[in-house]
Ligand binder design. Structure first.
Ligand SMILES: Nc1nc2c(ncn2[C@@H]2O[C@H](COP(=O)(O)OP(=O)(O)OP(=O)(O)O)[C@@H](O)[C@H]2O)c(=O)[nH]1
Ligand SMILES: [Mg+2]
Length: 496
């Protein structure tokens, strides 16, 4: 007899139950093709990669970061012009662009090569002509996750922009990567408004905050990215931020994009610059203006010089040339060093840990949110039963409590003594949802032994839950671990 797999992909886990409720809601509204069709799209999304919105402040570097994550330059970025159109970047075996109009029609174009100029032209169409763009690309960076760049949240007219972007994010994304250089009132207001809906309030588990353009955090000095890391650590402990963002990471997106898209032509141009006498090179790098107007080395033409400046930024050029000067002499090593300095690896890890690995819980959230929206917008006689099922699922969604508690432990907002903390993380499913991973025993452990161990940890955590030394937040965390133990024990006993 094999031990049960607690939750993942199982019809009795949260996602399985959410899916079943979605199907019942679709059947209930089958005479309303628009609603049923909308719900069907949500159902189909369950077999597609997870959808992550890249959103945040205007000019916070969203397009640049999308390119860094995808590993090629697809999203047009610009110092002036804003991205106004919701643009979806998803995996496809052939490059393809689909234009969705506000009237519900769509037009697909196969294109030999995707380039930002074509995408930019489409993004410039009027909002009554283009509602959203879907860019399909064979980039491996899109295999596990689909990225959606939303229009930016402006600091002025925040209400208006916030509401429309909110609607986009809510209906289109399972997870949110929110970019801002420094979290301010505007960001907090916006993220709070995103969490106003009932399901979102119940499951604040889908947001990572990125302190973007990290190279500018200390007015472009060499240790800017470290300064941004210290700011991120500070925000990770801030309860206001923590109430909607599970994690905060700094990222220097332009540096990451430069590393991810470095090619031999750019590398050769950098080598030419690095060969200049040190003082003459340093003079060029004092400002963007000086760099643009410099004339050495002679074989570096003006166009390539401008491209380098645009694609690396002054900070990126300074870092790349310093790395070459310190002996990072080959292409692959420079690429790796630029990516390391940009902190994109830590951001990717956060996205992986918080979103990709927890996709079952996030997908359940999206499904229940969709059901909730439909039941609220189209109440009918008989829909109260569906509403009741939704309420029951929401109040029993233990998977979400586990994730909230895990984020609290990882961010150190919840502080359990070291031994207990590691055990709590394990029991909450940090190393996998199976009983063996939760109990920290070998995969081949026999069901009887698993049940005995589960019984022992359940008793221990039950006793801890009544420890008067814990404050309310910690007691709640301990109770969540206790419930995880009880559910595991019940599943093991049922399976015997
Ligand atoms: N120094 C620096 N500049 C950056 C960084 N990321 C983006 N930029 C620059 O900021 C400007 C805007 O970047 P985008 O990536 O277009 O920003 P965005 O958030 O997509 O902008 P909108 O969609 O128009 O709101 C461009 O000139 C980028 O080169 C970064 O990490 N560091
Ligand atoms: Mg943009």
């Amino acid at each position: 007899m094999s031990a049960p797999n607690d939750g993942e992909n199982s019809p009795t886990g949260l996602l399985g139950q959410a899916r079943a409720l979605l199907l019942r809601t679709m059947t209930f509204y089958r005479d309303d093709p628009r609603t049923a069709g909308w719900l069907r799209t949500r159902l189909e999304r369950l077999s597609e990669p997870l959808r992550m919105a890249v959103t945040g402040r205007v000019k916070s570097g969203k397009s640049t970061l999308v390119n860094a994550l995808v590993g090629s330059e697809l999203a047009p970025s610009d110092p002036e012009e804003r991205t106004q159109v919701n643009t979806v970047f998803r995996y496809g075996t052939e490059p393809r662009i689909t234009v969705h109009t506000p009237h519900g029609t769509q037009q697909t174009m196969s294109t030999g090569k995707l380039d930002p100029a074509t995408i930019r032209d489409l993004q410039r169409w009027r909002p009554d002509e283009v509602a959203s763009l879907v860019i399909e690309s064979p980039s491996p960076g899109l295999q596990a996750i689909t990225l959606i760049e939303t229009p930016g949240v402006a600091s002025t007219a925040v209400q208006e922009t916030g509401r429309s972007a909110l609607a986009q994010i809510l209906s289109e994304a399972d997870a949110v990567l929110y970019l801002t250089r420094h979290p301010q009132q505007t960001d907090i207001q916006f993220l709070h408004s995103v969490h106003e809906l009932r399901v979102a309030r119940r499951a604040p588990i889908n947001t990572v905050l990125a302190l973007s353009r990290a190279d500018e955090a200390a007015t472009g000095s060499d240790d800017s990215v470290d300064t941004a890391e210290r700011m991120a650590a500070h925000h990770r402990r801030d309860p206001k931020v923590r109430s909607f963002a599970q994690y905060v990471v700094p990222v220097a997106g332009l540096l990451a994009q430069a590393g991810a898209t470095l090619d031999q032509r750019r590398f050769d141009a950098l080598l030419g610059l690095a060969a200049l006498p040190r003082q003459r090179l340093e003079e060029q790098l004092l400002s963007a203006d000086r760099f643009s107007k410099a004339s050495e080395p002679e074989d570096l033409d003006a166009d390539t010089r401008q491209t380098l400046l645009r694609e690396f930024g002054l900070f990126g050029l300074q870092r790349a040339l310093a790395l070459l000067g310190q002996g990072t002499s080959d292409f692959a090593r420079l690429r790796t060093a630029l990516l390391d300095e940009s902190r994109i690896g830590a951001l990717q890890e956060a996205v992986h840990l918080q979103f990709v690995e927890r996709q079952e819980a996030l997908r359940a959230r999206s499904v229940l949110m969709a059901v909730d929206m439909v039941l609220r917008a189209n109440p009918r006689p008989g829909s109260r039963q569906l509403q009741g099922e939704l309420d029951r699922l929401l109040s029993n969604a233990h998977e979400w409590d586990e994730l909230r508690t895990l984020s609290g432990l990882w961010s150190r907002q919840l502080r359990l003594p070291p031994g207990l903390r590691e055990e709590a993380e394990r029991l909450l499913g940090a190393h996998g949802p199976q009983p063996q991973a939760r109990l920290g025993v070998p995969a081949q452990t026999q069901p009887r032994e698993l049940a005995e161990r589960a019984g022992a940890v359940t008793r221990r955590w039950r006793a801890l839950a009544s420890d008067p030394l814990f404050d309310r937040a910690h007691r709640e965390a301990v109770r969540t671990v206790q419930r995880s133990c009880e559910r595991m024990l019940a599943a093991l006993c049922n399976a015997q």
